[in-house]
Design a protein around this ligand. Structure first.
Ligand SMILES: [Ca+2]
Ligand SMILES: [Ca+2]
Length: 136
C-alpha cells in the first residue's frame, strides 16, 4: 500500500525538469531545425532520408560555402536529400554556383531525396523562385 504512494510522489520531479529548459524556442535560419515559420526554410541533408545533420536556411544561397549545423561537413556537393518548407514558393537547386548548371525544382512544402535522381552529392547553389536573381 505505501509503496504505491511513493511512486505517485515521484511524478512532480519530471514537471520541474522539463520546465528547466526555459523560454520559448527561437526559430530561425541555421539553428539545426527545419522550420516553416518566417516564410519557411529550405533544408539540406547529408543523408538521403532527411535525418541527421541539417543545413536550414530562410535564404537563397548562390554558393554552398557552409557546413551542416554542428558539423565540419561542407554542404557543397554533399546533399543527398532536401526539404522545401516554404508553403508557397518553389525552390530551384543547381549543380554549379550562382544558379547555373543542371537544375531541379522542388515544389512548395515538398521533401525530396536526391539519391536516385542523378543529382546526388551535386548541388552547389539554390534559390527561391521569388528571388529576382533566380533564373527560374
Ligand atoms: Ca531553422
Ligand atoms: Ca556541384
Amino acid at each position: 500500500m505505501s509503496r504505491m504512494r511513493m511512486l505517485l510522489a515521484a511524478a512532480p520531479f519530471f514537471l520541474v525538469a522539463s520546465m528547466g529548459l526555459g523560454g520559448t524556442a527561437t526559430a530561425g535560419s541555421y539553428n539545426g531545425i527545419c522550420e516553416s515559420s518566417n516564410g519557411g526554410e529550405v533544408c539540406l541533408y547529408d543523408r538521403a532520408d532527411h535525418t541527421g545533420p541539417v543545413y536550414d536556411t530562410l535564404y537563397s544561397k548562390p554558393e554552398y560555402t557552409g557546413t551542416y549545423y554542428g558539423t565540419n561537413t561542407s554542404i557543397n556537393n554533399s546533399v543527398s536529400s532536401h526539404w522545401n518548407r516554404d508553403p508557397d514558393t518553389q525552390v530551384w537547386f543547381f549543380t554549379q554556383a550562382n544558379y547555373t548548371g543542371g537544375a531541379m525544382g522542388t515544389l512548395p512544402g515538398f521533401k525530396a531525396s536526391d539519391e536516385f535522381t542523378g543529382f546526388n552529392n551535386s548541388w552547389s547553389s539554390h534559390c527561391f523562385e521569388s528571388n529576382p536573381a533566380c533564373p527560374r
